[in-house]
Design a protein around this ligand. Structure first.
Ligand code: NAD
Length: 498
């Protein structure tokens, strides 16, 4: 059995805690590897390597930092197929979808190539008599990222590329469910010329996470995962004075106005609701048709599409989606379907019985669709994170606008309409962080910034884009006066610029 350890100080390190977790191959249901779960001592070893390496890296000139990323991009392109296959075999998504996971991470690495432009400080000549003022952005030192299972390439790159380009050393604690790709990315960074110790990967669970949170030498933590853990990380990180940005779960609504192009809308809902087996934080999980006629037209088109979705093993490039990540995840989603039935929602499509021929032990289920879901049902209030779409019928636009706005989560939302007025009003008033207009998964491009509101995001800066530079640097401001020509006398009142 393959064993997966840590990557510390530029070397593979075997785990010494004696604790491991199973890494499954979701498409067959088999255990393909054991991953080591780090102890506090192993996390500390990574921090010490990072502390030793960071000062020189932080002083390295921007061209050299950026050239490492350029080389890394070449290496990711060289190994793209192998990375996508490894990702699909550990996470469960299809290989074309795994390529998208890698590419959306690569886009943030490309963005990071321009970070030196954003690291420039400010300068005021003559802020007072003979006084110049300037500011500079400096790295924080050692920072950490804790990432989820559902994007094992994209989210680690969202975290480490900006952090490292700002001159920090990075400790990555990826999901223990699919650790292969994050480790491989760290190896590629080393091959690209990154000094050992600047990007360390420690695998692990709560013990490793708590060790990161309590370590006073780690100055910032970026987290992505479920909301209850995001809140926990945010609060515990603050206890040691860390900066923290913690992104959580989601319940993304799609509002369908009566004038929407229904064929385009149904295509969008099916892709965004069921792609990656619904295991995306920007998946659409609630469809809100406005008015009874719209709802009936939507259901008429949606039901046959969901019934004919093609589920396949991760290696089948023609499959619409593959298995879920683990048996526990599969059982959890099926339990939610049971809850929805008990709560009185109408199960219009039931995919629970789906079996994949030749892969009977894999973690598969077919798409499910609920109609007549109500606001007080658990299947509406909670994140299911599987191939289940809930239809909540709204009588008018105002009710449709209130649904995502009042929901505890506020990650993404979309409106489908041909009416520019309605779309503009919706974008301005909806209480959600990322909005799509006829775009079902509005993940912003890399030079904007990604972050949900309410229980979808704790902390005051978003990830990637300009916010990432603000998050991973601190500003130092210098006020300078040169003695020449300045009359010396002691000044006891608060200095002012006369
Ligand atoms: P998760 O919260 O179970 O795990 C995320 C990370 O936290 C992992 O590295 C895990 O090892 C660690 N962790 C788990 N339990 C912990 C505990 N008790 N104490 C400390 N650390 C712990 O999330 P997941 O199942 O890996 O990912 C799915 C979730 O992530 C969904 O809720 C999804 O919406 C969310 N997500 C959010 C975004 C976003 O940007 N908002 C993006 C992707 C995924």
């Amino acid at each position: 059995m393959r064993s997966i350890g840590h990557f510390i100080g530029g070397k593979h390190v075997t785990g010494t805690s004696g604790r491991t977790a199973d890494v499954f191959e979701p498409m067959t249901g088999e255990i393909q590897a054991k991953v080591a779960l780090a102890s506090r001592a192993e996390v500390r070893a990574a921090v010490e390597n990072a502390l030793a390496a960071q000062p020189e890296w932080g002083m390295t000139n921007p061209q050299r930092l950026v050239r490492v990323l350029m080389k890394f991009l070449e290496l990711v392109a060289r190994d793209n197929q192998a990375l996508a296959e490894m990702l699909a075999r550990e996470q469960g998504k299809t290989i074309p979808d795994a390529r998208g996971d890698i590419l959306r991470g690569v886009e943030v690495v490309e963005f990071a190539l321009g970070i030196p432009q954003m690291m420039k400080g400010e300068y005021t000549e003559g802020a007072g008599p003979g006084i110049d003022v300037y500011s500079m952005r400096q790295p924080l030192g050692v920072v950490a990222g804790i990432t989820p299972f559902n994007f094992p390439a994209m989210i680690p790159m969202w975290k480490f590329a900006p952090a490292i380009t700002c001159g920090n050393a990075f400790i990555l604690k990826p999901s223990e469910r699919d650790p292969g790709v994050p480790l491989r990315l760290a190896e590629l960074m080393l091959e690209a010329g990154l000094p050992p110790g600047i990007l360390n990967v420690v695998n692990g669970d709560k013990e490793a996470v708590d060790a990161i949170l309590d370590d006073r030498d780690i100055k910032a933590v970026g987290f992505v995962g479920s909301s209850s853990i995001a809140q926990y990380i945010y609060e515990r990180a603050a206890a040691t004075g860390k900066r923290a940005q913690c992104f959580g779960g989601a319940k993304n609504h799609a509002i369908i106005m009566p004038d929407a192009d229904m064929d385009q809308t149904v295509d969008a809902l099916v892709g965004a609701g069921y792609g990656a087996a619904g295991e995306r934080c920007m998946a659409v999980s609630v469809a809100v048709p406005v008015g009874k006629t719209t709802a009936d037209r939507l259901m008429e088109k949606l039901v046959p599409r969901i019934e004919s979705l093609k589920i396949g093993p991760s290696t089948d490039p023609t499959a619409d989606f593959g298995p879920l990540v683990t048996r526990a995840a599969l059982e959890r989603v099926k339990d939610y379907v049971e809850v929805g039935i008990k709560e009185g929602a109408t199960l219009a499509v039931d995919g629970r019985g789906f079996k994949m021929q030749g892969y009977e032990n894999g973690f598969y289920m077919g798409g499910c669709l609920f109609d007549h879901v109500k606001k007080d049902m658990r299947i509406y209030k909670e994140e299911i994170f599987g191939p289940v779409l809930s239809v909540v019928r709204a009588k008018d636009y105002d009710e449709a606008l209130r649904l995502p706005s009042d929901h505890d989560y506020g990650n993404g939302v979309a409106i489908f309409t041909r009416d520019g007025d309605a779309a503009r009003d919706f974008a301005a008033r909806v209480n959600v962080g990322m909005v799509g207009i006829n775009v079902p998964i509005p993940v912003p491009v890399a030079y904007y910034t990604f972050g949900g509101w309410k229980r979808s995001g704790f902390g005051d800066l978003n990830q990637y884009g300009p916010d990432s530079v603000r998050f991973y640097t601190k500003t130092k401001t210098v006020t300078a006066r040169w003695p020449s020509g300045v009359k010396e006398s002691a000044e006891f009142s608060m200095p002012i610029m006369n």
